[in-house]
Design a protein around this ligand. Structure first.
Ligand SMILES: [Zn+2]
Length: 88
């Protein structure tokens, strides 16, 4: 284990601690639209989720996620994330 604790975040679904590069960061912009923050630098409020199909799928029905983001994650965003896992 050589990971710097600063670069480790907790998945909102399974609550495992993961290095940032193994997580997606989901943010909300000023228009209240949820999106995947690939830069890890957008907006203050973000939720992290594993690059894991099970975790991403669970995002849609986790109230906790809505809480940390201030609203639900749209299904099309979840589909988009699942696509990007499939393509990587
Ligand atoms: Zn997870």
């Amino acid at each position: 284990m050589s990971s710097n604790p600063k670069n480790v975040r907790m998945c909102v679904v399974c609550r495992r601690m993961q290095p940032k590069q193994d997580l997606f960061r989901i943010c909300r912009n000023d228009d209240n639209m949820a999106f995947v923050d690939y830069s890890f630098k957008a907006c203050g409020r973000g939720a992290y989720v594993c690059k894991d199909i099970a975790c991403v799928k669970a995002l849609g029905n986790r109230k906790k996620v809505s809480k940390s983001l201030g609203g639900p994650i749209p299904e099309n965003l979840i589909d988009q994330i699942l696509d990007s896992i499939g393509n990587s």
